[in-house]
Design a protein around this ligand. Structure first.
Ligand code: NAG
Ligand code: NAG
Ligand code: NAG
Ligand code: NAG
Length: 514
């Protein structure tokens, strides 16, 4: 089966033929890379001559036995012993019995490898953020945070190796992190890695694989699409129209093409976890399916990386994501609020029973009307990345006492003319007449549509509750929601935050109530 697949790929993708004889590592290994540290074992693989013996050895601080393996179907592969986080090492692979068949990767570090995926807000580079020049100037202070970026490629079949790297494994510099716009290097990915490095104190490897304007379908395998009823792509959908004249973008939207070319080739690499910033492209495209597709894609990536690495990458590796920020001020469209909700599989928070070991950075309080790249691309990526880092510390690293979720209510109590919204933690509140809304209907209703919602002003609050007035509803109150707007508040001025005012409350909706 495997041979057949390989054969098929070798035939289907012309250039791979040339690799068969050449002894080398797979395309995404390189000098300066970070390999996953213990307790996982890092996987190394490459190409060679069938039947030849390949010996892989490490030169550096920690002793490591030599690994010997035979080339099968043109491919060799070893899992190193678990390595402590340190470096540098030189990793040498030698193919026995062939002249000059030796390759050495230099300046290799062991640390945690994080994959960064999504669309343009992940592709958004450090040169585009607020305080960009200071951020860029700081890059050389973090030589142990290494970067790699996959080039934009798509394929109709699952590729074994990455066709190209946009940025091969590199030590960070202002040049590599700063240009050109939307190319390299991802601000959210870099800042996440940098903040994480500050708390971990050991190397971090960042692998960026993302593409602006892409829907979740492009990053999903056929298994995900099948599960969520997304196999039949609707190419006449209005969302496609603007791209009609741009064939490149049009193809990028096709089902599975980026999973095939930009994720599948990475599966054999051992990783610690992934972060993701995507969803804008699905606010008007299969929006209602996102609640199925996103968690299903996470499940599928997890099991695929686990299998691809021969069991080294955790089958439930931590997955962090950014909840959508804002797009149009004053918009009454429910595309953004609905998609934010779907991003949490309809729970409103993460992790949740459907999305275990996930964490979410809420970003709806960071709008940016003046962004030169359009209001859909807010320039403040520092807070986004910082909030992700808090989630990673708590969920991925099990650090105790790290608060990473904004306040989320546990109970709503309707009493007379008001509702008490109860939180388990202390909340920081500012008065608002409109941020909470109730669904006010003549009959007990299903309030999922945009009909019947009226503002419920905050009238009172305490340490861990907020009281809103429902006096204006003469009928039945059958729903409550918070921050249910594309652009619900001004910069860092949402009405509900954690008590330290770092974490905004995520939006919620209750529409079958009481
Ligand atoms: C790796 O190889 C280079 C070139 O031979 C050498 O300068 C360097 O010291 C080696 N590094 C380690 C950790 O052995
Ligand atoms: C990489 O992982 C894929 C997916 O699990 C698998 O089909 C393939 O055989 C692996 N490749 C190598 C070289 O081990
Ligand atoms: C930009 O720098 C200023 C001055 O140091 C700081 O107050 C502000 O918070 C920074 N902005 C972001 C988004 O980090
Ligand atoms: C509520 O409304 C949604 C969409 O309008 C519909 O899909 C769902 O079936 C309704 N639920 C009930 C219980 O009526």
């Amino acid at each position: 089966m495997y041979e057949l697949l390989l054969l098929y790929l070798l035939c289907a993708v012309g250039p791979l033929n040339a690799f068969r004889e050449e002894f080398r590592f797979a395309s995404y290994y390189g000098d300066h890379m970070v390999l996953q540290k213990a307790p996982e074992q890092s996987v190394l693989w490459g190409y060679g001559s069938d039947g030849a013996e390949v010996i892989v050895s490490l030169e550096g601080e920690q002793q490591n036995r030599k690994h010997s393996v035979l080339v099968q179907s043109g491919i060799w592969r070893v899992a190193l012993e678990p390595m402590e986080a340190r470096g540098p090492y030189n990793v040498t692979a030698v193919q026995q019995g062939t002249a000059n068949a030796q390759v050495t990767l230099m300046d290799i570090l062991f640390g945690d490898v994080w994959l960064c995926g999504g669309q343009s807000n992940m592709a958004y580079t450090l040169s585009q953020v607020f305080n960009a020049s200071e951020e860029l100037a700081m890059a050389p202070q973090f030589p142990n945070v290494r970067i790699f970026m996959a080039a934009l490629e798509r394929s109709n079949t699952e590729l074994l190796d990455l066709p190209r790297a946009e940025v091969p494994w590199s030590i960070p510099s202002a040049e590599l992190l700063g240009s050109p716009e939307f190319t390299h290097f991802s601000a959210v990915c870099w800042l996440f890695g940098r903040y994480l490095y500050k708390t971990l104190g050991y190397p971090v490897g960042l692998v960026e694989s993302c593409w602006g304007g892409t829907p979740v379908e492009a990053w999903s395998s056929h298994r995900v699409l099948q599960k969520c009823g997304l196999e039949n792509q609707d190419l006449r959908h209005p969302r496609f129209t603007p791209y009609k004249t741009m064939p490149g973008l049009m193809v990028a939207w096709s089902n599975s093409v980026l999973w095939n070319a930009m994720i599948h080739p990475l599966l054999n690499m051992t990783i610690k976890g992934a972060i993701w910033y995507q969803g804008e492209a699905n606010t008007e495209y299969h929006q209602d399916k996102y609640t199925c597709a996103f968690p299903a894609m996470i499940d599928d990536w997890r099991i695929s990386f686990h299998k691809g690495s021969g069991g080294q990458t955790a089958p439930d590796f931590p997955f962090g994501f950014v909840q959508l920020s804002t797009f149009h001020k004053g918009s009454v469209s429910d595309g953004f609020p609905n998609l934010r909700w779907h991003q949490t599989a309809g729970y409103g928070y993460a992790p949740n029973p459907r999305m275990k070991r996930t964490f979410m950075a809420v970003a709806l309080d960071l709008p940016d009307e003046e962004s030169p790249w359009g209001s859909i691309h807010p320039r403040n990526k520092q807070d986004v990345a910082y909030r992700l880092t808090l989630g990673a510390r708590a969920v991925a690293y099990g650090e105790k006492g790290v608060s990473f979720q904004g306040p989320f209510p546990v109970k709503l109590l309707l009493k007379g003319d008001s509702i008490n919204i109860i939180y388990t933690e202390s909340v920081s509140v500012t008065r608002s007449k409109t941020i909470f809304e109730i669904c006010c209907t003549k009959a007990k209703n299903n309030c999922s549509s945009n009909e019947g919602w009226v503002p419920a002003p905050i009238i009172h609050w305490g340490l861990s509750y907020i009281q809103v007035s429902v006096v204006q509803c003469q009928n039945i109150v059958s729903g409550v929601r918070y921050a249910w707007k594309d652009w619900p508040c001004d910069i860092k001025a949402c009405p509900v935050y954690s008590v330290d005012r770092v974490l905004p409350a995520p939006p919620f909706i209750v529409n079958h109530w009481p």
